[in-house]
Design a protein around this ligand. Structure first.
Ligand SMILES: Cc1cc2nc3c(=O)[nH]c(=O)nc-3n(C[C@H](O)[C@H](O)[C@H](O)COP(=O)(O)OP(=O)(O)OC[C@H]3O[C@@H](n4cnc5c(N)ncnc54)[C@H](O)[C@@H]3O)c2cc1C
Length: 321
């Protein structure tokens, strides 16, 4: 880390320079902000407020908040942050560009549209989450977050023992099916015409009692987000109660200007496990930083860990405690 980008202000603001700019106000960014505030850091958190789980009504598996609506979790976190004067939270705004000045500090344009307000920071945490592209199955979007989900660990419990579907077109679909089968063996894996499950995998899935359906889907049937059946190209219908989707995930780092942190083969940010990316002073946490699991409490934990590392690195201390 370059000298100018490494030192946190000693408990006080330093002109217009923030100690840390956090890009994204999901659980990763909000948790980092809370922990940085408690370490007396001056933080600017900018959040476009488009969470990946916006489609869903209830979030599961977050200790003490099992079943909480996604926006309520964020509201509670922002209310806590309001008690810390060294944190400035800007919602419904974006980091439009992020570059590095000649003195090593980060420079960002922040606002709703270009050119935005120019701010500077010693360290930056990328907590942007991921974007999802759903498989091109007709009507899928209308059920997503209501009776179709992407995370089996998050929503499998409510669907246990039901008639489930798994939709996807990725090479790991058979693997994914084995995971979903933990919650229900009454599972049909729809490839929607894609050649992603070979004969050996199909036999393995059949041994678990799972069905692979290769015919294209022409419609998903149901009402008010509750899936009832998948209609196939020959007019036959497979009754269903819900299920899972394997989306494609991608990271939008188009706002980075002249900064190129290392990405893994899946296009996600590589960190050292403590949130440090390959770029000095640039950290990442949550879904944006590989590997998963992609869960709220995991993202919050990663945000807290990255916050600690930012403080430690800023002081030049190496203790991990
Ligand atoms: C349908 C669905 C249901 C889910 N259910 C559960 C569940 O029940 N339990 C669970 O634990 N997990 C669940 N998840 C997973 C969970 O939503 C993610 O793991 C979690 O939100 C990741 O947190 P994050 O902070 O990394 O990113 P996010 O929560 O996605 O937040 C990232 C934020 O960064 C913002 N952002 C992006 N780019 C910029 C920019 N340039 N400038 C400013 N802001 C920016 C985005 O708008 C967004 O608000 C679910 C996911 C989906 C899709």
């Amino acid at each position: 880390m370059s000298e100018s980008s490494s030192s946190l202000s000693p408990g006080g603001a330093d002109g217009a320079v923030h100690d840390v700019l956090i890009v994204g106000g999901g659980p990763a960014g909000l948790s980092a902000a809370l922990n940085l505030a408690r370490s007396l850091a001056h933080v600017l958190l900018v959040d476009a407020d488009r969470p990946r789980n916006a489609a869903t009504i209830n979030s599961h598996g977050f200790l003490t908040r099992d079943g909480i609506p996604p926006q309520e979790l964020r509201r509670l976190a922002r209310a806590e942050l309001a008690g810390y004067p060294s944190v400035d939270v800007r919602t419904r705004q974006r980091v439009l560009s992020l570059s590095r000045d000649e003195d090593g500090l980060f420079a960002a344009a922040v606002g709703r549209s270009s050119p935005g307000e120019r701010i500077r920071a010693r360290a930056v945490l990328l907590a942007t989450g991921l974007r999802e592209t759903l498989p091109d199955v007709p009507d899928l979007r209308g059920f997503y977050g209501m009776s179709l989900f992407s995370c089996a660990a998050c929503d499998g419990f409510e669907l246990r023992g039901r008639r489930l579907a798994l939709f996807g077109r990725s090479a790991d679909l058979a693997d994914r099916a084995r995971l979903v089968a933990r919650w229900s063996r009454d599972l049909t894996v729809f490839t929607h015409g894609a050649d992603v499950i070979d004969a050996v995998e199909e036999a393995e899935l059949a041994a678990l009692g799972l069905t692979v359906e290769r015919r294209p889907i022409v419609a998903l049937i149901g009402a008010k987000g509750v899936l009832e059946a998948a209609e196939l190209s020959d007019g036959s219908r497979i009754p269903l109660d819900g299920g899972f989707v394997r989306p494609d995930w991608s990271l939008d780092l188009s706002f980075l200007d002249g900064i190129s942190p290392a990405l893994d083969g899946g296009g996600h940010l590589v960190t050292d496990g403590s949130g440090r990316t390959s770029e000095p002073g640039l950290y990442a946490a949550g879904d944006a930083a590989a590997p998963g699991p992609q869960q709220l409490i995991v993202a919050a934990g990663a945000g807290a860990r990255a916050a600690a590392m930012i403080v430690h690195d800023g002081l030049g201390v190496t203790t991990s405690h």
